[in-house]
Design a protein around this ligand. Sequence first.
Ligand code: BTN
Length: 266
Amino acid sequence: MAAAPLAPFDYAALTAALGDDACRFDADAVVECDSTNTRLMARAEAGAPSGSVLVADIQTAGRGRRGRIWHSAPGDSLTFSLLWRFTPQSQAPAALSLAVGLAVAQALETQGGRGIALKWPNDVLLAERKLAGILVELVPGAPKSAVIGIGLNLRQPAGLPDELHGSVAAVDELLGMAPSREALLGAVLKAAAAIFDNYAAAGFAALRPAWEAHHAYAGRIVRLIQEPGIERDGRCVGVDDDGALLLDTAAGRERVISGEVSLRPA
Ligand code: BTN
């Protein structure tokens, strides 16, 4: 049986959740699109303003990092993208994806969530399972503009492939219930605006202590994969002022700027 359609997006509820920050955002909610990142990128390239938001009930081709598919089911996830244009004087957006992870964590904390952790570079975890994924894409020809895609699990997504069961967390288990998508979207956008203001003025260095306070793997032994088949183990030290992961390996301290880390299998 097909799932019942969701109630229409309540723009007034989003405006209320955004409060004083409502004027900084322009949200568009659609029932279905291929990927909110793909659609918003096209709008960005056509000149859409900073603060443009595209939220979709259904994505038919949701994209994750490193070419992966992002699975979500209508009503079980909040899937949206945000266009942010930093001023030319702002810090380079190299560590932006870490800043976004922190914004999601802080937004969930404003709703009462506790125990949220960040896995470098930008997964949001609960009890070592993935609560939210983030895909940051720079707008071609506009290096300080980015489309920031966020997929936040509200409930365990229906139809999840078997291999992903056990690795997914959801907001309803974090908060005891899932808030409305408008309330949650408003909380994430508000947190993002505050974090981006800080990031633009002072760079990731200003956010680093808060990020490290949420670091899921601080002091733990992890396996880093940078290319398929190329992996090494090391102890996570933390992150530096540019958002690079600091890893103590057999070869000494390494500064990692790309790759995937996971806890080393026992
Ligand atoms: C990841 O963890 O691999 C990143 C997942 C990002 C998913 C979101 S859902 C909204 C936006 N649109 C997409 O196609 N992807 C991002």
